[in-house]
Ligand binder design. Structure first.
Ligand code: NAP
Ligand code: GDD
Length: 406
């Protein structure tokens, strides 16, 4: 078992307290409430469920661990060895294993290493496995196609096989992080569980294998294995290179004078964007059902990248106007005429998914799941976190003699 960032002993107190406070805010709870989640134990140790999360250090891994700890689970997270810290999103949840209220444990692991996955499953004997680990960036998958197939596709097989080899197929329920990218060149709109898959990237092709191998293990071995076909979900914890976070961070930086302009790829792509906090609840609900199945989670609304940019700058009181066509198109501040957004073809994908819009009526009917967060609220939350983070950075830099215009 390992500790976040390889600390031996407690994490530095000020930092831990700061992170806890900040994350507590992100998760919509007061600080003392976040502490309570991991300290006051309502479930007896003997009946406590345990869950294993791969991809524990990612956006969804952080929200899911928070949810499961609040529900009284013991949580085991798989994290990759990295030469730099990769646990920022989960520091606030972690307690040193020697603390008696520790319920969140981290294990080094990788989806490309079967022996390691078998050992972790064997040691943890989880009631539920949430397979969230993946090389999850679509554009990067065109550059690292073989690795993406290995980690996202075969990695899922390795985990399913670990459950089977260890004879845990009756005990351990399995969640596979499937994706709306499977619909690719969409056969119909909106997309539901019955819409044909037509993947358009190495990432989606790898996830297609993972989807079907999950279905196959369910049918062949009677495993409680479910696919969540999740449409895009974002948050202040979203990776910085996904388009929503790239936009909120750039808008915050431009607003504070740290950055001149924002470069984007395809402004016409349309996505169904929800909040990650809502979606991890749907994952958990899938594994609480008597029978395994596959479910779409989505908001049912779609917006273009262009609309998302307008919404974000609108929040900052900056009305945008667009001029030019194709790669020459630019977004201006309507009042000052200053260029704020430009198109950079480097961000175009060899094959694009033009429009995603999900129909989550099955999840609503069978799981009682519905998204709670509207896009405007999501944008406000992301932007305000990015502004706050950059202001903190600005004041830190001021202390060492650098000052950015506010
Ligand atoms: P994310 O933030 O990119 O997190 C991915 C996680 O997987 C990280 O913890 C990462 O570790 C880990 N990982 C990557 N390669 C690995 C490997 N070879 N072995 C072990 N761990 C590995 O992704 P997310 O947004 O939380 O998404 C979670 C899952 O849902 C992914 O499978 C994604 O494909 C899928 N999904 C996401 C969305 C969405 O809109 N967010 C929608 C549908 C499906 P590091 O932190 O070390 O990089
Ligand atoms: N990343 C990025 N950067 N995307 C851009 C940019 C840019 O500068 N400019 C335009 N886009 C467009 C992309 O071409 C794409 O059509 C859209 O914005 C969304 O891109 P991402 O935010 O990178 O997400 P994604 O839709 O490709 O994939 C995400 O959602 C999937 C579910 O549909 C990822 O989270 C996947 O892991 C997930 O499966």
């Amino acid at each position: 078992m390992s500790e976040p960032n390889g600390h031996h002993g407690a994490a530095p107190l000020n930092w831990a307290a700061r992170v806890r406070g900040r994350r507590a805010k992100l998760f919509g709870e007061p600080d003392h409430e976040a502490r309570r989640i991991t300290r006051n134990v309502s479930m007896k140790e003997s009946v406590r469920k345990s869950a294993l999360i791969t991809g524990a250090t990612g956006q969804d891994g952080a929200y899911l661990a928070e949810l499961l700890l609040a529900k009284g689970y013991n949580v085991h997270g798989v994290k990759r060895r990295s030469s730099s810290f990769n646990t920022a999103r989960i520091e606030h949840l972690y307690r040193h294993p020697h603390e008696k209220d520790a319920r969140y444990f981290l294990h080094y692991g990788d989806m490309t290493d079967s022996t390691n996955l078998i050992r972790i499953v064997q040691q943890t004997q989880p009631d539920e496995i949430y397979n969230l680990a993946a090389q999850s960036h679509v554009q990067v998958s065109f550059e690292t196609a073989e690795y993406t197939a290995n980690a996202d596709g075969i990695g899922t097989l390795r985990l399913l096989e670990a459950i089977r080899l260890l004879g845990l197929q009756r005990k351990t329920k399995f969640y596979q992080a499937s994706t709306s990218e499977l619909y690719g060149n969409v056969a119909e709109t909106p997309q539901s569980e019955t819409t044909r898959f037509q993947p358009r990237s190495p990432y989606a092709a790898a996830k297609l294998y993972a989807y079907w191998i999950t279905v196959n293990y369910r049918e062949a071995y009677g495993m409680h294995a479910s696919n969540g076909i999740l449409f895009n979900h974002e948050s202040p914890l979203r990776g910085e290179t996904f388009v929503t976070r790239k936009i909120t961070r750039a808008a915050a930086a431009i607003h504070l004078g740290f950055q001149d302009r924002l470069y984007l790829g395809n402004l016409e792509a349309s996505r169904d964007w929800g909040h990650a906090r809502d979606y991890v609840e749907g994952m958990w609900l899938m594994l609480q059902q008597p029978n395994p199945d596959d479910y779409v989670l989505a908001t049912g609304k779609t917006f273009t990248v262009r609309q998302f940019v307008e919404l974000v700058f609108g929040e900052l009181g900056v009305p945008l106007a667009w001029r030019g066509k194709g790669v020459s198109e630019k977004g201006y501040d309507k009042r000052s005429g200053r260029v704020l957004v430009e198109v950079d073809p480097r961000y175009f994908r060899p094959t694009e998914v033009d429009l995603l819009m999900g129909d989550a009526s099955k999840a609503k009917a069978q799981l009682g799941w519905m998204p709670k967060t509207q896009l405007k609220q999501l944008v406000e939350e992301m932007l305000s976190e990015d502004l706050a983070e950059m202001r903190r950075f600005n004041s830190a830099m001021r202390n060492v003699g650098f000052q950015a215009a506010e």
